[in-house]
Design a protein around this ligand. Sequence first.
Ligand code: ADP
Ligand code: MG
Length: 239
Amino acid sequence: MSVPQNLSPDESVKRNLDAGPLIELRGVSKHYADGDVDALKRVDLAIHEGEFVAIVGPSGGGKSTLLNMLSALDEPTSGEVWFAGKLLSQQGSLDQFRAHHIGFIFQSYHLLPNLTAQENVQLTMFDTHPKVSERKAEAIRWLQRVGLGDRVNHRADRLSIGQRQRVAIARACAGGPSVILADEPTGALDRARGDEVMDLLDQIRKEDGTTLVVVTHDDRVAQRADRIIYICDGMLRAV
Ligand code: ADP
Ligand code: MG
């Protein structure tokens, strides 16, 4: 499948950044028919390039649903999602859009256990690095950057939890996304490992200018952010 003409991966987004926020939700609602739940209720939110935003709130409040909207993993029932001044629903393939612009770190990492660290990182790079030699080089470069240069050929299920998290970070970053979104990135880690992971994400953000959006229950993580967004019962509240 070819890249949509109206969203060249390299230039289109960068050109439009002057126009306003990197990601903007306008009146976004999400209704899950299963259980008849209004998980988001007319949410307005703007996130700017380079910002580090923490999303906090009680369990079931809508944090993961909000993250799914910001990352184009799911589409709203009503309302608009804008990315770099363009309406997401008009961008054609959301899979391709995500491959070029979004790095997502899942709560449970979603690594394939019987693939190596390098193979896991390469999995999401078909769109951004069509040549296998480029994919390999980029995967290894990122694994080195997250401190796993000596674990490149280890199977994911032979790695510690902290190492798996680093592979997930390398995989999220390897396509060169504009924004990294993470659902509870420190949730399964002890305090020291959690601090290391946040230091790493912060470092990547500062060096690469990546925007960072993190859902967290951990006050220490939230306090590192430029801005804390509290969501409860599908609505944003002032902190
Ligand atoms: P949080 O991440 O803050 O715990 P979620 O966004 O996961 O909250 O969930 C918000 C609400 O939407 C909850 O009531 C949850 O049960 C419901 N929900 C989340 N995902 C689904 C889904 N796929 N189908 C039906 N209901 C869902
Ligand atoms: Mg959640």
